[in-house]
Design a protein around this ligand. Structure first.
Ligand SMILES: Nc1ncnc2c1ncn2[C@@H]1O[C@H](COP(=O)(O)OP(=O)(O)O)[C@@H](O)[C@H]1O
Ligand SMILES: [Mg+2]
Length: 383
């Protein structure tokens, strides 16, 4: 078993900082997700851990050694790619066993390749392949060729090939992207079960925040080659450190409203021009430093309530605002409401018991305990 530690890791391609000074500690047995939009440097970071890409500067630790100069084959990692990369002319069994058959006992570099001893006997290889096939439900398919398999089955073969190597670390780059939506959700759950069972440290790359939220023990949110925040899914959701993380985590995305922060006596007021709310004491304390400034007020769609419905949060003058309902989209147990306060547009996810229709003027409650405030210049969270 092993931890993976990245210290001041950088990668520059022709002056582009693909990975810009990343520091990250992935604990032994942890399932760490790297998530961020396309082009933010996820694949580059993963390929550096794998040894497929040389780092420009910084250190990569796997377990108790620095592996910057260790070849990919000797890093004790196994990588699973989005496109599976199976050999088309080999059976499932051969695809899964190929890497093990090639593996040699480490010897001095002066020994010719042909004279090097194989690391595993046929019996050992067979045991590992059969075990992995059993785990992944591939037993009946071992003699098939990749073209005779569905996308989901091919993905499992790719996983099986990684598992038989019994690596210290799994590296996975968008392994579910080529599957259709339903299979993706199923395979997601299978991967989590597999991780629980094998307990192998995993670094999992995805651009999909839902995948990240459902799979990660912790999530490192990346943009522009930088880790914006690394924390548990719930901490990222409840305490985003900045505007980027707040907007990236959660669907539909958090509403951001441009507001002035003002005060009357000890009250701190969020003034959006066409609406005003008074912050509860727990929030007012942090926001007080920004009185007199223009800020971005964040409220998630799921923290907005129709004031006419019974609920946990009582409507008061200080947490309720008047809005017009633009559009209502049914979602099942909830509806998505496109709301408007003056010129300010935002989205609410409202209990479908609400009778509000397009064109109605209603009052909504904002759960201010769950609101957020961001500095407009630095984009850092104020609370
Ligand atoms: N081999 C390469 N040569 C030049 N630029 C590259 C190369 N690989 C990646 N990049 C650039 O590095 C940045 C990060 O890419 P990548 O790590 O693939 O992002 P992600 O996996 O998050 O989509 C992008 O701007 C991309 O164009
Ligand atoms: Mg990528």
């Amino acid at each position: 078993m092993a931890s993976v530690v990245l210290k001041s890791l950088c990668k520059t391609f022709n002056k582009v900082n693909a990975v810009n000074n990343i520091n990250l500690e992935i604990r032994d047995k942890e399932f760490m997700v790297l998530v961020g939009p396309s082009g933010c440097g996820k694949t580059t970071a993963l390929r550096m851990i794998a040894g497929l890409e040389e780092s420009t500067s910084g250190e990569i630790w796997i377990g108790d050694r620095v592996v910057n100069d260790v070849s990919p084959a000797d890093r004790d990692i196994a990588m699973v790619f989005q496109n599976y990369a199976l050999y088309p002319h080999m059976s499932v069994y051969e695809n899964m066993s190929f890497g093990l058959r090639l593996k040699k006992v480490p010897t001095g570099s002066n020994v010719p390749l042909l004279n090097q001893k194989r690391a595993f006997t046929n019996e050992q290889i067979d045991r590992r392949v059969q075990e992995a096939a059993e785990m992944l439900g591939l037993r009946p398919l071992l003699q098939r060729k990749p073209k005779e398999l569905s996308g989901g089955q091919r993905q499992r073969v790719a996983l099986g090939r990684a598992i038989v190597r019994e690596p210290k670390v799994f590296l996975m780059d968008e392994p579910l992207s080529n599957l259709d939506a339903k299979l993706r959700v199923q395979t997601r759950a299978e991967l989590i079960k597999l991780h629980r069972r094998l307990g192998i440290t995993t670094v999992y790359v995805t651009h999909d925040q839902v995948e990240a939220m459902t799979m990660g023990d912790r999530i490192a949110v990346m943009s522009n080659g930088i880790i914006q925040q690394c924390d548990t899914p719930l901490n990222l959701y409840h305490h985003p450190a900045n505007l980027f993380v707040a907007g990236f985590i959660g669907s539909p995305a958090m509403n951001f409203l441009t507001v002035n922060v003002t005060s009357i006596g000890s009250d701190v007021i969020i003034d959006g021009g066409s609406f005003k709310v008074t912050l509860p004491p727990s929030r007012a304390e942090a926001a007080r430093s920004h009185v007199g400034k223009t800020c971005l007020f964040g409220i998630r769609p799921e923290d907005i309530y129709d004031s006419t419905l019974p609920g946990l949060i009582a409507a008061t003058d200080t947490n309720t605002i008047a809005v017009d309902v633009d559009v209502v989209e049914p979602l099942g147990s909830d509806v998505v409401m496109y709301l408007k306060a003056g010129d300010t547009n935002f989205i609410g996810i409202i209990d479908s018991a609400s009778t509000a229709k397009t064109g109605d003027s209603i009052r909504v409650i904002l759960d201010l305990e769950k609101s957020h405030l961001f500095d407009k210049e630095t984009e850092q969270a104020i609370y």
